[in-house]
Design a protein around this ligand. Structure first.
Ligand SMILES: [Zn+2]
Length: 204
């Protein structure tokens, strides 16, 4: 009888790994595009969407706590640790920090909460095996904590239909981070027509 109880406990402590949590193939986590100061838009996962997906992939809860030895209350600098627990028995930890220099002025008054949310976001990023960085690591100021995002690693832009310069006729080509379509749109906004880089410079 005693052995049987132990067996049940052992079964419960070694649940099957939940592949839907970490497998990238075939899963759908909504992505969104946010403008970036450099002019290159960032393709990102939002924290809220990653959290929503995590709930469907067995997220049980978080343990979070400020890390007192790394916090500077007078300086409004806070560091938090979060551990995300999943039904497959795995736990994932993350650290997040917030201070007036790395958060938007709007949320600077809520630095402890922001640090906690960033820590949770990091834990989720690892738990879900997101192919991503955080947009805030690119110095892209968060508008609010809901805007914490995971930037999807650069994938080559889709090949655009042929576009050519209305000045010299040269083909406008895709480059690694800027598709020909994007260049054409930019040129139309700036010059009112599609110009290649050389003709654009001449028109400046
Ligand atoms: Zn041209």
């Amino acid at each position: 009888m005693d052995g049987r109880v132990r067996l049940l406990v052992n079964e419960r402590s070694a649940p099957a790994v939940n592949e839907s949590r970490h497998k990238r193939e075939g899963r759908e986590i909504p992505k969104t595009t946010i403008p970036n100061k450099s002019g290159k838009d960032l393709i990102v996962y939002r924290y809220r969407d990653a959290l929503n997906f995590a709930h469907g992939a067995g997220l049980i809860g978080f343990d979070t706590a400020l890390v007192p030895e790394l916090c500077d209350v007078p300086g409004n600098h806070y560091v938090a640790r979060a551990i995300a627990h999943f039904a497959d028995g795995s736990s994932w930890s993350g650290i997040g920090d917030a201070n007036p220099a790395n958060v938007n002025r709007m949320v600077a008054a809520h630095a402890p909460r922001m640090a906690e949310t960033r820590a949770k976001a990091r834990a989720l990023g690892d738990a879900l095996n997101l192919d991503a960085n955080f947009a805030d690591e690119f110095g892209d100021g968060d508008k609010a904590e809901e805007a914490i995002t995971f930037a999807v690693r650069a994938t080559p832009p889709a090949q655009s239909a042929a576009v050519s310069c209305e000045g010299c006729g040269a083909a406008i080509k895709d480059s690694p981070n800027f598709s020909a379509d994007k260049k054409a749109d930019y040129s139309r906004r700036k010059y009112g027509k599609v110009l290649c880089y050389t003709c654009g410079k001449a028109a400046d």
